[in-house]
Design a protein around this ligand. Structure first.
Ligand code: NAD
Length: 324
């Protein structure tokens, strides 16, 4: 199948592209792609288009020229950069998604998969959020993603585009580059695995829901391949770790494998303000489980830490990391 992956050279996108190439798909990526190191091993197997989601013609050309049959739309500014520059975030995340949906409609791409975020829940959400919980985001990123969830649903009902989306919690894995509110949970494993100290920017008791990157990719391919009729909710929570571990509990697990890990705490007031607004601890994904059989393979932090450390030490270049 000819598949377009926007953001296909980013943190999660690269791993999705590896999976799609492995299953024989013809993959086209779309994005700025300034750094090729992470995809060096698969670059010869894919078509890389350098483009900006905000420019409709660039998006339309990519879809038309490659006769795309399925779109994974993952290109996005993330939470911190969206907060710093909400105007650019609007162009990339909101206008960019509208451009992709229009391209899908005009060039008759049957299926469109979008990645949204737990950040669409905040004010008043409480500790447990389900797909029915009122979404009142606290950030530019969350507001933009929520709008696009609704936009995709509109294209599904108005134009028959087979749109479906998943909301990730924090995706834990090697090689995350941006200091988003929950990325401490990846770096608390990655830095010690590389022999580096880690100063955690949340309090030891902070709990931010997360899932392992391998499960994040499985969730994407599963929702993408689910039969049309099984998709009723359309926009789905997908979870991983149950219950959500605190920062301190992640540290404990790391210390079991790396006893001399140097982890300290220096909470960032801006990030702690965010956690004061968004208190979500349980990201209920029961609808995804019921409608298309979702189930994470990595359900505890003990499942994740050894595999994560092994990947950092044996495959650093795959994740854009320096050799330890
Ligand atoms: N990483 C997480 O914990 C997490 C959590 C929730 C949702 N998500 C979602 O998953 C998707 C992938 O995120 P990621 O973690 O891989 O982030 P990432 O920053 O590594 O990837 C995002 C990609 O979007 C591209 N991009 C940014 N601006 C663009 C523009 N104007 N035009 C075209 N491409 C542009 C970037 O170059 C990058 O390749 C995003 O949609 C994100 O919102 C991620």
């Amino acid at each position: 199948m000819r598949v377009l992956v926007t953001g296909g050279t980013g943190y999660i996108g690269t791993e999705l592209v590896r999976t799609l190439v492995g299953q024989g798909d013809e993959v086209v990526t779309f994005g700025p792609t300034t750094n090729m190191s992470r995809i060096a091993d698969i670059a010869k197997d894919i078509t890389i288009i350098r483009g900006n989601l905000a420019y409709g013609s660039e998006v339309f050309n990519a879809v038309k020229d490659h006769r795309i049959e399925r779109i994974f739309h993952m290109g996005s500014m993330l939470s911190t950069t969206s907060q710093v520059n909400p105007w650019a975030s609007f162009q990339t995340n909101v206008v960019g998604t509208m451009n992709m949906l229009e391209a899908a409609r005009l060039f008759e791409v049957p299926r469109f998969i979008f990645t949204s975020t737990i950040g669409t829940y905040a004010h008043g959400a409480g500790k447990v959020v389900t797909d029915e919980t009122l979404q009142r985001p606290a950030t530019m990123y969350g507001a933009g993603k929520l709008y696009c969830e609704g936009l995709g649903r509109f294209y599904r009902t108005k134009f028959g585009l087979d749109f479906r989306s998943i909301r990730y919690p924090s995706v834990i894995g090697p090689g995350t580059t941006q200091r988003t509110v929950a990325q401490y949970n990846s770096w608390m494993i990655e830095y010690p695995a590389q022999g580096k100290p880690f100063e955690c920017f949340v309090t030891p008791g902070t709990k931010g829901p997360g899932m392992y990157f391998r499960d994040a990719i499985r969730a994407l391919t599963m929702v993408a391949d689910a039969p049309f009729d099984s998709i009723q909710m359309v926009n789905y929570n997908v979870g991983g770790l149950v219950p959500t571990p605190s920062a301190k509990e992640i540290e404990h697990e790391v210390l079991k494998h790396i006893p001399d890990a140097a982890i300290s705490y220096n909470p960032d007031p801006v990030i702690m303000d965010y956690y004061a607004t968004a208190k979500v601890e349980t990201f209920d994904d029961s609808v995804a489980r019921k409608e298309w059989g979702w189930k994470p393979e990595y359900e505890t932090i003990a499942d994740i830490v050894p595999d994560f450390i092994n990947e950092v030490r044996t495959n650093p270049s795959r994740f854009g990391l320096a050799q330890a």
